[in-house]
Design a protein around this ligand. Structure first.
Ligand code: NAI
Length: 288
């Protein structure tokens, strides 16, 4: 690719002001990490009540961070929390919230139409979606700035998990990718690059493993306890696949009827129908 500048002088958009749209589990986590690394963050959601809860979540999470990081300096810890929270402002008006931002990260409900509606706004900024299962190209298709559109896929819980998958579509510019990779590093995460393919890297490998574990158990080939022990001790995984499924939530394990590796199973559907969604409801494959 011939470019007007050498690769040693990669043109990066320096990201200072970040708008996070969606103050749920992921959005609050991303806002916390961005604010903790000195960014000026605007968190957007549909109501002030939700945003108040998001800030509470951030404060609670920061308290846990500080307990470890500032164990012998509680005052410095308090100061840190104050500074980080000051870096976060909230808004229910997405249009004005994005005006001065260098990067907009979208972390709203997993619904293509709603995500596309969000991006029909005129922007000078980079857009990034945190989607786990939708195609970045499909979301970007409603914008006229596809060169400045990519995926920034964080993992839950965001403050703990070190990985960010940076997703480029064929239309994403190198400058945008470089900026997203660089931003991830400034957040003190480790980015990996991946094309816009179903599941990206982690879920592409993890979901089939979980689904196979469920099928193995469903057929009665091994007990659920033994399946988890086997993968912990035999493959070095920190959690067994069924325990992990419960942790993620059985209702949000991505299935794709068109892909045999991602096909759902009767047992998984039955547990979800019974409201046994894993840890968050007290029961999934195991009881909590
Ligand atoms: P969540 O349900 O906790 O949060 C979504 C938030 O978006 C809610 O607070 C909701 O009020 C808000 N929202 C909905 N429509 C909106 C709109 N039009 N404008 C502003 N705010 C709006 O969901 P969660 O788990 O945080 O997921 C968000 C995104 O992150 C999804 O795309 C999901 O695929 C992705 N993701 C989720 C992971 C997870 O483990 N939960 C992991 C990685 C990505």
């Amino acid at each position: 690719v011939v470019r007007g500048f050498s690769s040693s002088a990669v043109r990066n958009v320096v990201i200072k002001n970040v708008t996070i749209i969606g103050g749920g589990q992921m959005g609050a986590g991303i806002a916390q990490v961005a604010a903790s690394t000195g960014h000026s963050v605007t968190l957007v959601d549909t109501s002030d009540d939700i945003l108040k809860k998001s800030i509470k979540t951030i404060e609670g999470s920061l308290k846990r961070v500080v307990k470890k990081k500032f164990a012998d300096k509680p005052e410095a810890g308090e100061e840190f929390i104050k500074k980080v929270v000051q870096n976060v402002s909230t808004s229910t008006d997405v249009e004005s919230a994005v005006q001065s931002s260098d990067l907009v990260v979208e972390a709203i409900v997993e619904n293509l139409k709603i995500k596309q509606d969000l991006f029909t706004l005129p922007q000078h900024t980079i857009f990034a979606s945190n989607t786990s299962s939708l195609s970045i190209s499909d979301i970007a298709s409603s914008t006229s700035r596809q060169d400045r559109f990519g995926g920034l896929h964080f993992f839950n819980p965001v403050p703990m998990m070190k990985l960010v998958e940076v997703i480029g579509t064929p239309a994403t510019s190198q400058e945008t990718l470089d900026s997203l990779l660089n931003f991830s590093k400034v957040l003190r995460k480790t980015p990996v690059s991946c094309k816009d393919t179903f599941g990206f890297v982690v879920n592409r490998l993890l979901v089939p493993c979980i689904m196979e574990a469920i099928r193995l158990y469903e057929r009665g080939d091994a007990s659920k306890e033994d399946i988890d022990i086997a993968m912990k001790l035999g493959a070095g995984h920190p959690m067994g696949p069924l325990e992990l499924a419960d942790y993620i939530g059985l209702d949000i394990i991505n299935s794709d009827p068109n892909n045999p590796l991602f096909n759902s199973s009767d047992l998984l559907n039955k547990l979800v129908a019974e409201g046994k969604l894993g840890r968050k409801t007290g029961e999934g494959f195991f009881k909590y």
